[in-house]
Design a protein around this ligand. Structure first.
Ligand code: SAM
Length: 287
């Protein structure tokens, strides 16, 4: 149990993205001990607090009143009260309100303390099996095709994995625009309803994604994280012809892991690059 809270502090508390038990012990302590919880939707947060037998008073803070409520919260902090900020799901400030309040409170000189926890993007990445260690979080794309395609086109050369949030009523249009902008051979991981009853993580070629989504209307429901593999420049181009030839030869005779291990030893090439290349060669030969 947290013994004491910092005086006049704003705690930024991550809450679950589905399963109500995905919340840290420290978050529960803080939510129970602060004077006020500032919540995106009071009703949603009350449900979470009640599930953990917490009855701290809540006020609403959302994107339409954040500036005004920030002033009220700063006034509470001036009286040595403590406040916790939560949103409907996940980490505040990540495609959610919070940044305006945090900036305001920090400028007034009060402590702002993070209480980490669930985040849909990181949750999806953790089960995606994408070997590229670099990713770029984009969040929500524009609602309409013209704006969406403009943004996607600007991202075309990014080599890191691209991370998007999407709503069920736009999922088909969004994936359709991706198909029109990116190479069909890019990998798309569709992570739906994470931590909930109908949790689904489906990995496929971008070119096959629409058929999969349209093949079962249930797969178009709920909340989505889309992970799109990055542009391919550092794979093939930076692997020498010799390393490529060695890898191809070994893959014909050995299991993938062993082939990569030996290819690294023989050629001195980077293990991750060879591993990614081997996966790609194997996928191509499986088609
Ligand atoms: N602050 C949150 C976070 O830390 O992830 C994100 C809030 S944003 C308003 C809501 C979006 O996050 C949803 O539209 C969806 O794209 C994604 N999301 C939230 N919960 C999710 C879940 N359980 N499964 C998949 N995506 C989810």
């Amino acid at each position: 149990m947290v013994n004491m809270l910092a005086k006049s502090a704003l705690y930024v508390v991550a809450t679950p993205i589905g399963n109500l038990r995905d919340i840290s012990l420290r978050a529960l302590d803080v939510l129970a001990m602060v004077d006020i919880v500032a919540a995106e939707h009071i009703q949603t947060s009350r449900h979470l607090l009640a599930a953990h037998s917490i009855n701290t008073k809540a006020i609403a803070l959302h994107q339409h009143n954040e500036v005004a409520v920030a002033e009220k919260i700063a006034a509470l902090l001036a009286l040595e009260k403590t406040v916790a900020l939560v949103t409907d799901a996940g980490t505040p400030g990540i495609s959610d309100p919070g940044a305006i309040l945090v900036e305001y409170v920090r400028k007034q000189g009060y402590p702002v303390i993070p209480i980490p926890g669930a985040n849909a993007a990181v949750c999806a990445l953790s089960v995606a099996g994408i070997t590229n260690p670099h990713f770029m979080f984009y969040g929500f794309l524009p609602n309409k095709t013209v704006g969406r395609k403009r943004e996607l086109t600007a991202l075309k050369a990014q080599t890191c994995t691209l991370v998007f949030y999407e709503a069920p009523h736009r999922i088909i249009d969004c994936v359709n625009d991706m198909v029109e902008v990116f190479d069909a051979k890019r990998q798309l991981v569709i992570a739906r309803e994470l931590t909930k009853l109908f949790e689904t993580v489906h990995s496929c070629y971008l070119g096959d994604a629409l058929a999969w989504l349209q093949g079962d209307s249930n797969q178009q429901k709920g909340e989505f994280v889309l992970l799109l593999s990055g542009a391919e420049i550092d794979n093939k181009e930076s692997i020498s012809d010799e390393a490529m030839h060695t890898l191809e030869t070994l893959l014909e005779e050995l299991p993938l892991k062993q082939a990569v291990k030996l290819a690294v030893e023989i050629t001195g090439e980077n293990k991750n690059k060879l591993y990614r290349q081997a996966l790609e060669l194997k996928n191509d030969s499986d088609l």
